[in-house]
Design a protein around this ligand. Structure first.
Ligand SMILES: Nc1ncnc2c1ncn2[C@@H]1O[C@H](COP(=O)(O)OP(=O)(O)OP(=O)(O)O)[C@@H](O)[C@H]1O
Ligand SMILES: [Mg+2]
Length: 302
């Protein structure tokens, strides 16, 4: 694996008496798209802001591009791009002025016209920030994060507020900047986004890491095995629990969900047919990162 560009060991951060991050550790390798997932209030923004030197840190060892954000925040900020979860620009600032300003902060910054085109804002370069829609403002902030052609970019909820087509365009653009050598740290609540984009990810809950790995590795480990679903009007199906490879049977109105492992689909199909039940919609559903997320994180929102 290439050398890590970010290392975080036992990061701890308090706001007054409240510990927002109690123990977070992970490494991000060069050229990776690395995801940070977790429920509201888990400490994701606190973590990425601490890495950028935007928050004081109480404990742990942190290195970003070889620099410690406690002592060398300016060096880090010169080399990274950053889209913060909470951002604003003066309402009267024009789109091109913002890009020109951000791009000029580092020699060799990207041509803002190209960036505007990439992010679907080519027709908005003369528009004032305050006149943009929410999704357009969000896309502008991602474009601004890339304006200085950074080695490493932090994106905190990059696609929140974007329409479905714009989200897919954003994913393609993120893949492209990775191909050009930029390492990406991505905070997201969209499980499909994390599953398709991230090489590896960490799940944080209540300020601590509860799991990390590749999306497929986490799904295999925490996805809860196979899930076979079908519709069935009425009748008791608890006997399905005795079918080999079945671990659980749940019913929600006429939708039946059977959990199990290995060849559970074949055994359930055979057992149903033997009893004269032949559901036309019998199928095995793939576990997703969403199943992993729900299994790993506390159910009660803060
Ligand atoms: N400036 C602050 N002062 C006091 N508490 C704070 C401050 N910023 C964050 N917190 C608290 O720290 C915890 C972690 O917040 P953080 O913003 O890191 O969560 P998050 O994982 O990014 O959540 P979300 O998914 O909602 O963005 C929360 O309980 C939050 O209320
Ligand atoms: Mg946040």
């Amino acid at each position: 694996m290439p050398a890590p560009v970010v290392t975080v060991a036992n990061l701890r951060k308090r706001y007054g008496n409240f510990t927002a991050v109690s123990d977070v550790s992970f490494d991000v390798a060069e050229g990776e798209i690395f995801g940070i997932l977790g429920p509201n209030g888990a400490g994701k923004t606190t973590t990425v802001e601490s890495l950028q030197g935007l928050r004081s840190i109480e404990g742990g060892e942190v290195s970003v591009l070889g620099f410690d954000p406690r002592t060398n925040a300016a060096e880090i900020r010169r080399r990274i791009g950053s889209q913060l979860q909470e951002s604003a620009l003066p309402d009267r600032m024009k789109v091109w002025e913002a890009l020109d300003l951000f791009g000029s902060l580092r020699a060799g910054g990207r041509d803002w016209r190209e960036l505007l085109g990439d992010w679907g804002l080519g027709h908005k370069s003369e528009a004032r920030f305050g006149s943009l829609s929410g999704g357009q403002q969000q896309r502008l902030f991602v474009a601004l994060a890339l304006a200085n052609d950074p080695q490493l970019v932090f994106l905190d909820e990059m696609t929140t507020g974007l329409d479905p087509a714009s989200r897919r365009v954003a994913w393609e653009l993120i893949r492209r900047i990775r191909e050009q050598g930029t390492t990406v740290v991505l905070v997201t609540h969209f499980m499909d986004e994390a599953e398709t984009l991230c090489d590896r990810l960490v799940v944080i809950d209540a300020g601590t890491v509860v799991a990390q790995g590749s999306p497929q590795g986490l799904i295999a480990r925490y996805g809860g095995g196979a899930r076979v679903c079908f519709s069935h009007g009425d009748g008791n199906l608890t006997w399905l629990r005795n079918v080999p490879h079945v671990t659980d049977v749940q019913r929600n109105r006429d939708r039946v969900e059977v959990r199990g492992d290995g060849p559970v689909l074949a055994y359930v199909a055979a057992a149903l047919v033997e009893r004269g039940i032949a559901p036309v919609d019998l199928r095995q559903e793939r576990a997703t990162l969403e199943d992993v997320f729900l299994a790993l994180t506390e159910e009660e929102p803060e």
